[in-house]
Structures are given as structure tokens and as C-alpha cells.
Unconditional design. Sequence first.
Length: 205
Amino acid sequence: MTLYPRCGQQLLPRKVTGALRLLLAATAVFGLVLIGGCARKEENRPAAPENTPQAVVPEVIEVVERAGRAPDFTWKDASGKTVSFDSYRGRVTIVNFWATWCVPCKKEIPDLIALSNELAGRDVKILGVSTDRGLGVPAEFGSFVQQNGIPYQNIISSDDLESAFGNVRMIPTSFIIDADGKIAQTMVGIRTKDAFLQSILPLLK
């Protein structure tokens, strides 16, 4: 059975002795710190209280895998209109998988916001993809995006979408997609604005 650790935690068999447990746990934490990411699997959140207003949030509704290109997928925007990822074609796009509970993800978001503002006049798009799960996620997700002033589009992921992107296991994970829809680079772990720029600028025509 595969066990998925949360940020900085490693689940160990009960038979592991105390000293070995400490050694393995320290090694796991050190590895996560170096990568700057969290294991993606997180237990489902409880449902929001009935009197909590549910924000209208875009959720992935269909995914189409394609050989040699990033998958196409659709979601409903706040107005109920269906939007296709292929509408981003012709621009360099960062698809950033993250979650509201992931500390490295939250540390990376200000850099993505700064990047979005700096490249506002260029052919660059950023798409945030929340991997949060649970019945209470829509309200929490919408509140998080609003409170942090995230200007770029964010949607709620699905298992099919994560599978289509190669089975995303660690977050944050960002895919740099060129104007032709091909995945030019995969970034696992937290990145700075300058690191994103170094990957994006050579792809701009």
C-alpha cells in the first residue's frame, strides 16, 4: 500500500525502531526542503457549514489527452461560460498546480503575481490549478484567491487533469507550455519570479 506524506512528514511502518524512525523522518524532511514542495495527496476536507455562502468557482469538466502536446481541458467560468485551455494557444502559458494547504505553494504565489503583472503586456498567460479536494473546497478556494489578490485565472483540478499532465505527485508543479501547445519544461517545487522568467523569455517570439 502506498502512503502519501503531507508537507515535511513521512509515514513509517509501526515496526521501525525509534532511532531509525528519527533518521528516516529527518531524511524525508530534508529532501522535501531541498525540493521545496509538498506531496500532492491530501485528505478530503469536511463540507462547509450549510449557512456558508458557496462561491462560484471554475471546475474542470472535461479533459482530452493528446500525444506530443499539453492536454486540452475545459472549465466553467464565474458566468457559466465554458472555457477551453486551447483558447490560450498562441501564448506561452504557465500551468501551476498548487493547493491552499501547501506552504511552499503559498510562498510561490507572490512571485507568480509579480510575474503576471510584469508580463501583462506580453503573450504570456498563467493558469493556477488548485488540487484541493473536499465538499468545502469551492468556498475556501474562492476566498483564498480573493484574499490574496491573485489576478490570473485559477481553476479547481480533477484526477483526470492531473493524470493527463503525467500524474502530478508534488506541488507546486509548474508546466511551461509554448505557443504551439507543447510542454517545454516541467518545474517541480517552488520557483522564484526570476526562475520563471529564465524559462519563459526564450520562448517568446
